[in-house]
Design a protein around this ligand. Structure first.
Ligand SMILES: Cc1cc2nc3c(=O)[nH]c(=O)nc-3n(C[C@H](O)[C@H](O)[C@H](O)COP(=O)(O)O)c2cc1C
Length: 217
Protein backbone atom coordinates (compact mmCIF):
# COMPACT_ATOMS: atom_id res chain seq x y z
CA UNK A 1 0.00 0.00 0.00
CA UNK A 2 1.19 3.50 -0.71
CA UNK A 3 -0.04 6.89 0.49
CA UNK A 4 1.31 10.12 -1.00
CA UNK A 5 1.31 13.64 0.39
CA UNK A 6 1.42 16.24 -2.36
CA UNK A 7 3.11 19.41 -1.10
CA UNK A 8 1.83 22.49 -2.91
CA UNK A 9 4.12 24.80 -0.92
CA UNK A 10 7.52 25.93 -2.23
CA UNK A 11 8.84 25.45 1.32
CA UNK A 12 9.83 21.95 2.39
CA UNK A 13 9.95 22.42 6.15
CA UNK A 14 7.36 25.04 7.00
CA UNK A 15 3.66 24.95 7.83
CA UNK A 16 2.21 22.90 4.98
CA UNK A 17 5.08 20.40 4.77
CA UNK A 18 5.08 19.92 8.56
CA UNK A 19 1.35 19.17 8.63
CA UNK A 20 1.62 16.82 5.65
CA UNK A 21 4.39 14.90 7.42
CA UNK A 22 2.22 14.65 10.56
CA UNK A 23 -0.66 13.35 8.43
CA UNK A 24 1.66 10.69 6.96
CA UNK A 25 2.79 9.79 10.51
CA UNK A 26 -0.92 9.31 11.31
CA UNK A 27 -1.31 7.06 8.27
CA UNK A 28 1.66 4.91 9.42
CA UNK A 29 0.31 4.68 12.96
CA UNK A 30 -3.18 3.68 11.83
CA UNK A 31 -1.86 1.13 9.38
CA UNK A 32 0.56 -0.47 11.86
CA UNK A 33 -0.34 -4.02 10.95
CA UNK A 34 -0.44 -3.48 7.22
CA UNK A 35 2.61 -2.85 5.09
CA UNK A 36 2.29 0.76 4.10
CA UNK A 37 4.74 3.15 2.48
CA UNK A 38 4.42 6.92 2.50
CA UNK A 39 6.07 9.61 0.42
CA UNK A 40 5.96 13.40 0.16
CA UNK A 41 6.04 14.78 -3.37
CA UNK A 42 7.33 18.37 -3.41
CA UNK A 43 5.70 19.92 -6.46
CA UNK A 44 8.09 22.87 -6.58
CA UNK A 45 11.00 20.46 -7.26
CA UNK A 46 9.33 19.46 -10.52
CA UNK A 47 9.26 21.21 -13.85
CA UNK A 48 5.79 21.06 -15.37
CA UNK A 49 2.84 23.10 -16.59
CA UNK A 50 -0.91 22.93 -16.16
CA UNK A 51 -3.18 21.32 -18.75
CA UNK A 52 -2.36 22.46 -22.31
CA UNK A 53 -5.78 21.65 -23.71
CA UNK A 54 -4.37 19.18 -26.26
CA UNK A 55 -7.34 16.84 -25.58
CA UNK A 56 -5.24 13.74 -26.23
CA UNK A 57 -6.89 12.40 -23.05
CA UNK A 58 -10.31 12.62 -24.75
CA UNK A 59 -9.38 11.52 -28.28
CA UNK A 60 -11.47 8.54 -29.33
CA UNK A 61 -9.25 5.50 -29.90
CA UNK A 62 -6.17 7.53 -28.90
CA UNK A 63 -3.33 5.87 -26.99
CA UNK A 64 -3.60 8.51 -24.23
CA UNK A 65 -7.38 8.23 -23.77
CA UNK A 66 -8.10 8.81 -20.06
CA UNK A 67 -4.49 9.79 -19.34
CA UNK A 68 -2.42 12.94 -19.55
CA UNK A 69 -0.21 12.82 -22.65
CA UNK A 70 2.23 15.60 -21.71
CA UNK A 71 5.72 14.20 -21.15
CA UNK A 72 7.31 16.37 -18.47
CA UNK A 73 8.46 15.91 -14.86
CA UNK A 74 5.04 14.87 -13.58
CA UNK A 75 4.25 12.33 -16.29
CA UNK A 76 5.36 9.41 -14.12
CA UNK A 77 4.22 11.05 -10.91
CA UNK A 78 0.64 11.18 -12.26
CA UNK A 79 0.89 7.52 -13.17
CA UNK A 80 2.03 6.48 -9.69
CA UNK A 81 -0.38 8.67 -7.70
CA UNK A 82 -3.28 7.35 -9.75
CA UNK A 83 -2.52 3.91 -8.26
CA UNK A 84 -2.16 5.20 -4.67
CA UNK A 85 -4.10 3.92 -1.68
CA UNK A 86 -4.50 7.45 -0.34
CA UNK A 87 -3.70 11.01 -1.42
CA UNK A 88 -3.25 13.99 0.89
CA UNK A 89 -2.99 17.36 -0.82
CA UNK A 90 -1.50 20.31 1.07
CA UNK A 91 -1.37 23.93 0.04
CA UNK A 92 -0.62 27.35 1.45
CA UNK A 93 -3.28 29.84 0.44
CA UNK A 94 -2.10 32.41 -2.09
CA UNK A 95 -4.56 35.20 -2.91
CA UNK A 96 -7.39 33.25 -1.32
CA UNK A 97 -6.76 30.03 -3.22
CA UNK A 98 -4.51 26.98 -3.52
CA UNK A 99 -1.11 27.64 -5.13
CA UNK A 100 -0.78 27.75 -8.92
CA UNK A 101 1.59 24.79 -8.70
CA UNK A 102 -1.02 22.60 -7.03
CA UNK A 103 -3.80 23.83 -9.31
CA UNK A 104 -1.70 22.92 -12.38
CA UNK A 105 -1.05 19.49 -10.87
CA UNK A 106 -4.77 18.94 -10.22
CA UNK A 107 -5.66 19.95 -13.79
CA UNK A 108 -3.23 17.35 -15.12
CA UNK A 109 -4.31 14.67 -12.66
CA UNK A 110 -8.07 15.08 -12.79
CA UNK A 111 -9.11 16.41 -16.20
CA UNK A 112 -8.24 13.19 -18.10
CA UNK A 113 -10.61 11.28 -15.79
CA UNK A 114 -13.57 13.51 -16.59
CA UNK A 115 -15.65 12.31 -19.53
CA UNK A 116 -17.48 14.86 -21.64
CA UNK A 117 -20.76 12.98 -21.63
CA UNK A 118 -24.27 13.81 -20.43
CA UNK A 119 -23.73 11.98 -17.12
CA UNK A 120 -20.43 13.76 -16.36
CA UNK A 121 -18.96 10.27 -16.01
CA UNK A 122 -15.53 9.75 -14.52
CA UNK A 123 -12.88 7.13 -15.37
CA UNK A 124 -10.08 7.20 -12.76
CA UNK A 125 -8.20 3.87 -12.56
CA UNK A 126 -8.80 3.87 -8.79
CA UNK A 127 -10.92 5.80 -6.27
CA UNK A 128 -8.63 6.14 -3.26
CA UNK A 129 -9.43 8.13 -0.09
CA UNK A 130 -8.28 11.76 -0.26
CA UNK A 131 -7.65 14.70 2.06
CA UNK A 132 -6.88 18.40 1.77
CA UNK A 133 -4.80 20.44 4.23
CA UNK A 134 -4.85 24.22 3.80
CA UNK A 135 -2.54 26.62 5.64
CA UNK A 136 -2.94 30.40 5.65
CA UNK A 137 -2.25 33.69 7.37
CA UNK A 138 -5.94 34.38 7.70
CA UNK A 139 -7.53 33.64 11.06
CA UNK A 140 -10.54 31.32 10.99
CA UNK A 141 -13.13 34.18 11.09
CA UNK A 142 -11.51 35.89 8.10
CA UNK A 143 -11.32 32.62 6.17
CA UNK A 144 -15.04 32.15 6.74
CA UNK A 145 -16.15 35.73 6.00
CA UNK A 146 -13.62 36.47 3.24
CA UNK A 147 -15.00 33.93 0.76
CA UNK A 148 -12.11 31.46 1.03
CA UNK A 149 -14.35 28.50 1.75
CA UNK A 150 -16.21 28.74 -1.56
CA UNK A 151 -12.85 28.57 -3.40
CA UNK A 152 -11.86 25.52 -1.35
CA UNK A 153 -15.27 23.90 -1.86
CA UNK A 154 -14.79 24.16 -5.59
CA UNK A 155 -11.73 21.84 -5.57
CA UNK A 156 -13.18 19.60 -2.92
CA UNK A 157 -16.30 18.99 -5.01
CA UNK A 158 -14.28 18.31 -8.19
CA UNK A 159 -12.09 15.91 -6.24
CA UNK A 160 -15.18 14.34 -4.67
CA UNK A 161 -16.77 13.82 -8.06
CA UNK A 162 -13.70 12.33 -9.76
CA UNK A 163 -11.94 10.48 -6.92
CA UNK A 164 -13.49 10.69 -3.42
CA UNK A 165 -14.80 13.43 -1.13
CA UNK A 166 -11.74 14.67 0.77
CA UNK A 167 -11.26 14.93 4.52
CA UNK A 168 -10.43 18.58 5.13
CA UNK A 169 -8.44 20.59 7.66
CA UNK A 170 -7.36 24.22 7.91
CA UNK A 171 -4.41 25.66 9.78
CA UNK A 172 -5.05 29.37 10.29
CA UNK A 173 -2.96 32.34 11.39
CA UNK A 174 0.28 30.56 10.46
CA UNK A 175 3.75 31.86 11.27
CA UNK A 176 5.21 33.05 7.97
CA UNK A 177 8.74 34.36 8.62
CA UNK A 178 11.58 33.01 10.73
CA UNK A 179 12.07 36.47 12.20
CA UNK A 180 9.27 39.02 11.79
CA UNK A 181 11.55 41.90 12.84
CA UNK A 182 13.51 41.54 9.59
CA UNK A 183 10.51 42.14 7.32
CA UNK A 184 8.01 44.90 6.61
CA UNK A 185 5.00 43.16 8.11
CA UNK A 186 3.38 45.50 10.60
CA UNK A 187 -0.01 44.17 9.52
CA UNK A 188 0.74 41.33 11.93
CA UNK A 189 1.61 41.29 15.59
CA UNK A 190 4.74 39.13 15.89
CA UNK A 191 3.88 38.52 19.54
CA UNK A 192 0.37 37.29 18.71
CA UNK A 193 1.70 35.13 15.83
CA UNK A 194 4.38 33.59 18.08
CA UNK A 195 1.79 32.82 20.76
CA UNK A 196 -0.51 31.20 18.17
CA UNK A 197 2.40 29.14 16.83
CA UNK A 198 3.27 27.98 20.34
CA UNK A 199 -0.26 27.18 21.48
CA UNK A 200 -2.26 26.34 18.34
CA UNK A 201 0.20 24.88 15.82
CA UNK A 202 0.94 21.77 17.96
CA UNK A 203 -2.83 21.18 18.08
CA UNK A 204 -3.00 21.56 14.30
CA UNK A 205 -0.21 18.98 14.04
CA UNK A 206 -2.27 16.63 16.18
CA UNK A 207 -5.34 17.21 13.97
CA UNK A 208 -3.22 16.50 10.88
CA UNK A 209 -2.02 13.26 12.51
CA UNK A 210 -5.64 12.26 13.21
CA UNK A 211 -6.69 13.18 9.67
CA UNK A 212 -3.98 10.85 8.33
CA UNK A 213 -5.11 8.10 10.67
CA UNK A 214 -8.76 8.42 9.63
CA UNK A 215 -7.83 8.42 5.96
CA UNK A 216 -6.62 4.84 6.30
CA UNK A 217 -9.35 3.58 8.65
C1 LIG B 1 2.28 34.86 -2.72
C2 LIG B 1 1.61 34.68 -1.39
C3 LIG B 1 0.25 34.96 -1.28
C4 LIG B 1 -0.42 34.75 -0.08
N1 LIG B 1 -1.77 35.00 0.00
C5 LIG B 1 -2.43 34.73 1.14
C6 LIG B 1 -3.85 34.94 1.21
O1 LIG B 1 -4.50 35.36 0.26
N2 LIG B 1 -4.47 34.64 2.38
C7 LIG B 1 -3.80 34.14 3.46
O2 LIG B 1 -4.44 33.88 4.46
N3 LIG B 1 -2.46 33.93 3.41
C8 LIG B 1 -1.76 34.20 2.29
N4 LIG B 1 -0.42 33.96 2.22
C9 LIG B 1 0.27 33.36 3.40
C10 LIG B 1 0.45 31.85 3.30
O3 LIG B 1 -0.73 31.21 2.84
C11 LIG B 1 0.78 31.25 4.68
O4 LIG B 1 1.87 31.91 5.25
C12 LIG B 1 1.03 29.75 4.56
O5 LIG B 1 0.82 29.12 5.81
C13 LIG B 1 2.45 29.45 4.10
O6 LIG B 1 2.63 28.07 3.99
P1 LIG B 1 4.10 27.43 4.05
O7 LIG B 1 4.65 27.82 5.39
O8 LIG B 1 3.88 25.98 3.93
O9 LIG B 1 4.87 28.00 2.92
C14 LIG B 1 0.30 34.23 1.05
C15 LIG B 1 1.68 33.97 0.93
C16 LIG B 1 2.33 34.21 -0.27
C17 LIG B 1 3.82 33.91 -0.37
Amino acid sequence: MKVYAINGSPRKNKNTATLLQKALDGVKEAAKDKKIETEIINLYDLNYTGCKSCFACKRLGGKSYGKCAIKDDIHEVLEKVSQADGLIFGSPIYFGNITGQLLSFLERLLFPYLVYDKNHSTIPPKKMPTAFIYTMNAPEEYMEKGGYLSNFNNFESILGHILTKPLVMYSNNTYQFDDYSKYKADLFSEEEKAEHKKMQFPLDCQRAFELGASLIK
